[in-house]
Design a protein around this ligand. Structure first.
Ligand code: UDP
Ligand code: MG
Length: 315
């Protein structure tokens, strides 16, 4: 057990995936912004970078022992990298921040002030997003609102993973070992005292976004499936209303047959019905498959991530 004077006041968890040109500047800005907050540890989580990110982080550690790192055996994804950082962070409070300087380090003291006022989770709310495409902003807006609608409990809107968490909230968070992780939702789920501080999101300092469309889609489905069974129930509702509707149509067909001489015209209506219901059935099967796939991943009980190398992390 570490002596209490070895416990840093603040840990900063930084997931990095091919961020070679951001690492140094980020460290400098963090260092300058946090100088007033007491002892700080910096935990870089290298998520399978292919570029010079890891050597740069090692070089930082050579200069400053409060820089520590974990390096994964391959790319496990941003949410998993954040999880690994929280697993090893020792601070009385922990901040999660992106490496690309979209989340300004200068906001951290404001988050910390709220922590000192007694809040357990202080998340940073994006009041403005600079330098991001129209489509990204629009899809994000729709998604956050859809999620709020589906989950029933309140996951704050327009909030990423840039946030501060207290020691006791992290202790509980670290017990949630699900494979498909939607960190910001899991943190909301914890409860405790949570509040937001608004900030303006800057453009990325260097490089391209590491969230491909595929990764964004996965994050979105993880968010929905981990916090809501509404899509599953939706299949049931749809079935209920459609079979209710078709009852009237069946009565109509039977009546036409029994009481009139007009033949019921066949091909068009048959085809429409087959195609329509075929589509709906495939879709609902897909939704069910999405949940079953996740159950299967949980049952396997594999570790969430694999660490290949560490620096300064007590095992
Ligand atoms: N990241 C990661 N693994 C990934 C994708 C991203 O660790 O598979 C990191 C990335 O290096 C950055 C943070 O997660 O520090 C946020 O990623 P990015 O800035 O690309 O996302 P965006 O801001 O575009 O949503
Ligand atoms: Mg970014």
């Amino acid at each position: 057990m570490a002596l209490s004077e070895n416990i840093p006041a603040l840990s900063v968890v930084i997931p990095v995936f091919n961020e070679e040109d951001n690492v140094d500047l980020l460290y400098q800005r963090l260092h300058a912004a946090l100088s007033g907050l007491g002892s700080v540890e910096y935990i870089f989580v290298n998520d399978g970078s292919q570029d010079e990110t890891l050597p740069r982080v090692r070089a930082l550690r050579d200069r400053d022992p409060s820089v520590k790192y974990l390096s994964f055996s391959r790319n496990f994804g941003h949410q998993v990298a954040v999880t690994a950082g929280l697993d090893v962070a020792l601070g009385r409070a922990v901040v999660i921040i992106d490496a690309d300087l979209q989340d300004p380090p200068e906001v951290i003291p404001e988050l910390y002030k709220k922590f000192e006022e007694g809040f357990d989770v202080v998340y940073a709310v994006r009041s403005q997003r600079r330098g991001e495409g129209f489509l990204k902003k629009l899809t994000a807006k729709i998604f956050y609102r859809l999620l709020r609608f589906l989950t029933g409990f309140s996951i704050p809107v327009d909030v990423g993973d840039f946030r501060l968490m207290s020691r006791r909230s992290i202790e509980v968070f670290n017990k949630l070992r699900e494979r498909h992780r939607y960190v910001r939702g899991m943190v909301s789920w914890l409860g405790f005292r949570q509040t937001g501080v608004s900030y303006i999101r800057d453009p990325r300092h260097s490089g391209e976004t590491k969230y491909s469309v595929g990764k964004m889609f996965k994050l979105a489905t993880d968010g929905i499936t981990s916090f809501s069974n509404v899509p599953l129930q939706f299949a049931g509702h749809l079935g209920f209303w459609i079979s209710g509707g078709s009852l009237f149509y069946i009565l109509y067909i039977v009546a036409m047959k029994l009481f009139t001489d007009k033949p019921v015209i066949g091909w068009a209506s048959t085809m429409t019905a087959i195609i329509f219901f075929g589509g709906i059935q495939m879709m609902t099967l897909g939704v069910i498959g999405e949940y079953i796939g996740r159950i299967s991943d949980e049952v396997k009980q594999r570790p969430i991530y694999i660490v290949a190398e560490t620096g300064g992390i007590a095992s």
